[in-house]
Design a binder for this molecule. Structure first.
Ligand code: ZN
Ligand code: ZN
Length: 350
C-alpha cells in the first residue's frame, strides 16, 4: 500500500510498504481521509523527538473497519471511526487523575505508532482499551469527522478555561486551529467570538465565518477594538492559537478582570520564554492556563458537536490533496496559504 513515511527532519516520502498485519487483538481501518496537523508540518520541517525513521505519519483520520480481531469487543466491520491521538498507559498517577493526555508513558499515534497517511492503518490493542477509537455516526460526513481530533484539542482548552453560555471569547491567530477554536467557542455557547490575524490570505479565509468579529492585527489597537466589543471590559476568555511569544505576552491585556487566558499554541523549545506583566495577572485576578493535546472524551464531544451540525466544517477545510501530493499540502500549511488540508489515499482519490 501507499503511505507517507518519516525518514528524518524534513524528509517525508510517499512509498509502498506492506499492509499492516491483522491480529486477534487489533482493528484494521481503511482510511477515508486524514487532515494535516501542525505536528506533521513539524515532522516535515524540523522533525520531532518522538518520531523514528520508518514511521507512517498522520493522525487526524476517519476510516472504516475492515478487520476486527476475534478478541476485540465493540467494533464491527464497516463501522466508521476517528481517533484520539494520545494512547495513555492507564497505569500512572496522571492516568489515575483522569489526565491521560498528560501521561508520561503515552503512545502518540503517527509518532510512536504508525499513522493514517496510508491506505490502511492498524489500531493497536492499547488504543482500543483506552477508548481512543471513537465511532462516527452516519450524519457526520467523512470530511467533518477528520476534524474531530484537532477539534478535541480546542475543546480541551476551552473546557479548562470554562468557555460557556454568553461568554465573549477572543482568539489570537487565524490559522487552522484558530478557525477551529472559533467554531468550537460558538458551539459551546459563546455569545461574542472575536479573532485577530495579521496576514492574508488567512484574514480573508477567516472573514468567511459567520457571526464573528475579525480584527486585522496589523491595523489599529487590538485592545481598544476588543474593549469596544465587550462594553469596555475585555474578553471573558482569550485563547492564544498563534505559536509566537508576542501574542502570549500581549494576551493578558485583552482579558477582562477575573477572566481567563489559554496558552493553547506551543513555542519551540529554546524559544519559549515569555515576559508577562504580573501586575495585570495579580490585580486582574486572571487565570492563565495551558492546554495540551486531548483525551478520548474530547474527541467524543467533537463528534457530538459535528453530529449536531454545530460546526461549519466546510469553511475550516480549504484544500484537498491526494496522498501522492502530500508535499503540496504541507507546503500550503508552511506558507500559511490554507486552513485545514485533507489528504486522500488512492482508494478515495479526488
Ligand atoms: Zn493533530
Ligand atoms: Zn499513564
Amino acid at each position: 500500500m501507499k503511505a507517507a513515511i518519516y525518514y528524518g527532519p524534513g524528509d517525508i516520502r510517499v512509498e509502498n510498504r506492506p499492509e499492516p498485519a491483522a491480529t486477534d487483538d487489533n482493528v484494521i481501518v481503511q482510511v477515508h481521509c486524514c487532515a494535516i496537523c501542525g505536528t506533521d508540518l513539524k515532522l516535515a520541517t524540523i522533525g520531532h523527538h518522538r518520531a523514528r525513521p520508518g514511521r507512517v505519519i498522520g493522525h487526524e483520520m476517519v476510516g472504516h473497519v475492515v478487520h476486527a480481531g476475534a478478541d476485540v469487543e465493540g467494533f464491527a466491520e464497516g463501522e466508521r471511526i476517528t481517533l484520539a491521538t494520545t494512547v495513555a498507559c492507564g497505569d500512572c498517577p496522571y492516568c489515575a487523575m483522569g489526565l491521560g493526555n498528560l501521561c508520561p508513558n503515552s503512545l502518540p499515534i503517527g509518532l510512536a505508532a504508525d499513522g493514517a497517511f496510508a491506505e490502511l492503518m492498524a489500531i493497536p490493542p492499547q488504543a482500543l482499551a483506552g477508548g481512543n477509537a471513537v465511532k462516527v455516526p452516519p450524519e457526520v460526513p467523512d470530511e467533518a469527522a477528520a476534524l474531530s481530533e484537532p477539534m478535541s484539542c480546542a475543546i480541551n482548552a476551552q473546557q479548562i478555561v470554562g468557555v460557556g453560555d454568553g461568554d465573549s471569547v477572543l482568539i489570537i491567530g487565524g490559522g487552522p486551529l484558530g478557525a477551529i477554536h472559533v467554531e468550537v467557542a460558538k458551539a459551546l455557547g459563546a455569545a461574542q467570538v472575536m479573532i485577530v490575524e495579521l496576514t492574508e490570505p488567512r484574514l480573508s479565509m477567516i472573514r468567511e465565518f459567520e457571526d464573528i468579529v475579525v480584527i486585522d492585527g496589523s491595523q489599529g489597537d487590538v485592545a481598544a477594538i476588543v474593549k469596544q466589543h465587550t462594553a469596555e471590559l475585555g474578553a471573558d476568555v482569550v485563547i492564544v492559537a498563534a505559536p509566537a511569544a508576542r501574542p502570549m505576552e500581549e494576551s493578558i491585556n485583552y482579558a477582562r478582570k477575573g477572566g481567563a487566558v489559554s496558552f493553547f499554541a506551543s513555542l519551540p523549545s529554546g524559544k519559549s520564554d515569555v515576559t508577562l506583566d504580573s501586575r495585570i495577572i495579580h490585580y486582574g485576578e486572571l487565570q492563565v492556563s495551558g492546554a495540551s493535546d486531548s483525551r478520548p472524551e474530547h474527541v467524543q464531544k467533537a463528534v457530538e458537536l459535528l453530529a449536531a451540525g454545530q460546526i461549519d466544517y466546510q469553511k475550516i477545510i480549504t484544500h484537498r490533496v491526494s496522498l501522492k501530493n502530500i508535499h503540496q499540502g504541507l507546503q500550503l500549511m508552511k506558507e500559511k496559504q490554507s486552513l485545514k488540508v485533507l489528504v486522500f489515499p488512492p482508494s478515495r482519490e479526488l
